[in-house]
Design a protein around this ligand. Structure first.
Ligand SMILES: Nc1nc2c(ncn2[C@@H]2O[C@H](COP(=O)(O)OP(=O)(O)OP(=O)(O)O)[C@@H](O)[C@H]2O)c(=O)[nH]1
Ligand SMILES: [Mg+2]
Length: 232
């Protein structure tokens, strides 16, 4: 009985969240903005990937960031150094962003800027390998990150994140020589969960592996943005 009640509650919660995400997506589509949701366990390298990506994109492409953190604005401060608007959302005790929080971020963005003048919105989710995968925020694609220091078994132990991902970035590739880690095993485990997902092993520190990642990012942009000069 309790189990049925709990299950119904969860279904309602996710259903309401999905309606909110659809609403956010409708606004993003009306503005012509492509939104990517970056998700990973804590410290896998989301902010570092965004920093290097923002430095690699041509200034002709207008980008904003919604930065989700439980308490601080440390990542928001880092990303502001990249000279893009950053809307910081503190989630408090909540271990993920949800559609309602991101709707608040979109409203703030629309008060401070004209979103229709932008091309891309990056959402950095709270560091957590489980819950962010449950809650859509209106993104056009989900980018999951896994650092090679986290262990080859993680795709099998936390399957939802890898199942939901439209793209997987395997980070910290520069550390591979110092670890006993088999990249092919990581990739094989991901393929068990999500056989077709594009996988980009790279290093945000050295830039190795960045070109295929940037090409994938480019392919996500809406067609009218394609003719803009693409990457610096
Ligand atoms: N060697 C190496 N270190 C990296 C790389 N990317 C990130 N790091 C380091 O990993 C640590 C965490 O990186 P962040 O970019 O803050 O990770 P994050 O996923 O944004 O962390 P949270 O937002 O707290 O979940 C920092 O000390 C980074 O310098 C990389 O490609 N190579
Ligand atoms: Mg971060």
């Amino acid at each position: 009985m309790h189990q049925t009640f709990d299950h119904a509650l969860e279904v309602n919660l996710l259903h309401a969240n999905q309606a909110g995400a659809d609403h956010n997506r409708a606004h993003l589509d009306a503005w012509g903005v492509t939104c990517l949701n970056f998700m990973s366990g804590p410290g896998a390298g989301k902010t570092s990937l965004l920093e290097r990506t923002l430095h690699s994109l041509t200034p002709a492409l207008k980008v904003a960031v919604i930065e989700g953190d439980m308490t601080t604005d440390l990542d928001a401060q880092r990303l502001r150094q990249c000279r893009v608007p950053v809307i910081a959302i503190n989630t408090g005790r909540c271990c993920h962003l949800d559609a309602k929080m991101v709707a608040g971020g979109l409203r703030q963005w629309a008060r401070e800027h004209n979103p229709a003048e932008f091309d891309l919105l990056f959402v950095e989710n709270v560091g957590n390998l489980v819950c962010p995968a449950e809650f859509a925020v209106g993104e056009h694609a989900k980018v999951a990150l896994l650092s090679i220091t986290e262990g080859e078994d993680k795709p099998l132990k936390y399957p939802l994140m890898f199942q939901q991902a439209d793209c997987l970035v395997v980070t910290k590739l520069d550390l591979a020589p110092y670890l006993q880690v088999d990249l092919d095993r990581i990739i094989a485990h991901v393929r068990q969960i999500n056989p077709q997902v594009p996988i980009f092993p790279l290093s945000a520190q050295t830039g190795v592996g960045f070109s295929p990642w940037l090409a994938w990012l480019h392919a996500q942009l809406s067609p009218q943005i394609h003719e803009k000069a693409l990457f610096a």
